[in-house]
Ligand binder design. Structure first.
Ligand code: ADP
Ligand code: ADP
Ligand code: ZN
Length: 217
């Protein structure tokens, strides 16, 4: 299964990606996670990406496309993959078609998670992430058993630098101008399914499974 998760910052893409990747045994490829990993390790890519991420802007297409192309060549993508946070511009989407064409394959489905702007800000600002395993929590909507501590690995939870109100507002603006046009792009290719991401985490997941498997739950 070759899938894309589309949606604004805070829509719940990363949260759903973990369950989808688990159920269908496909790698979860998050370009944001790849950049954060590089920032943490002080690589040249991390330094470059950070300049844009801190401002809520997109990292240039050519940088992102190269990373994704490399990643998709890995053996673990042979049975499929789940892209989270890529593509984010029509140009990235076209480049992805080229990359997949060269690999003689194509996408199966684009799942668009729709959430109102008011909810997005609260979700992103309350998001907390485990330093050790990357699991995502929310201080209100999905809190860990013990404040600041990961349920899965006891790692320390932190708040992303770009999850503050000002930067989130900018990211939403960038989403609307650069990424939202992808909804039409994929709709015209008959690949798109749109879901209501305001529902509970488990309910959204059930609906994703329904989209991918027909009526089986
Ligand atoms: P994205 O990857 O789209 O930016 P995340 O999956 O990281 O979004 O979710 C953003 C925040 O909202 C996280 O703190 C997460 O725990 C929380 N969250 C995700 N899905 C839901 C949901 N359906 N209801 C309430 N909170 C959610
Ligand atoms: P969110 O889903 O909350 O927006 P991500 O982790 O997907 O967060 O992305 C964080 C930041 O990483 C983005 O604001 C952007 O600066 C950069 N980024 C991630 N993916 C891409 C992409 N496909 N193209 C350009 N920039 C990206
Ligand atoms: Zn953890």
């Amino acid at each position: 299964m070759r899938l894309i998760l589309l949606g604004p910052p805070g829509a719940g893409k990363g949260t759903q990606a973990v369950s989808i990747s688990d159920r269908y045994n496909i790698p979860h490829i998050s370009t944001g996670d790849i950049f954060r990993f590089n920032i943490k390790n002080n690589t040249p890519l991390g330094l470059k990406a950070k300049e844009y991420m801190d401002k809520g802007l997109l990292v240039p297409d050519e940088v992102v496309v190269e990373i994704v192309e490399d990643r998709l060549k890995n053996d673990d993508c042979k049975q499929g993959f789940l892209l989270d946070g890529f593509p984010r511009t029509v140009n990235q989407a076209k480049e992805l078609e080229n990359v997949l064409g060269k690999m003689d394959t194509e996408l199966n489905k684009v799942i668009n998670i729709q959430v109102d702007k008011k909810i997005l800000v609260e979700r992103a600002v309350g998001r907390r992430i485990c330093r050790d395993c990357g699991s995502t929590y929310h201080i209100r909507f999905n809190p860990p058993a013990e404040e600041g501590v990961c349920d899965l690995c006891s790692g320390e939870l932190y708040q992303r630098d770009d999850d503050n109100e000002k930067t989130v507002a900018k990211r939403i603006e960038v989403y609307l101008s650069e990424t939202e046009p992808l909804i039409n792009f994929y709709d015209e290719k008959c690949k798109l399914s749109t879901l209501d991401g305001a529902k509970a985490i488990s309910q959204v997941f059930d609906e994703i499974v329904e989209v991918l498997e027909g009526n089986t739950k």
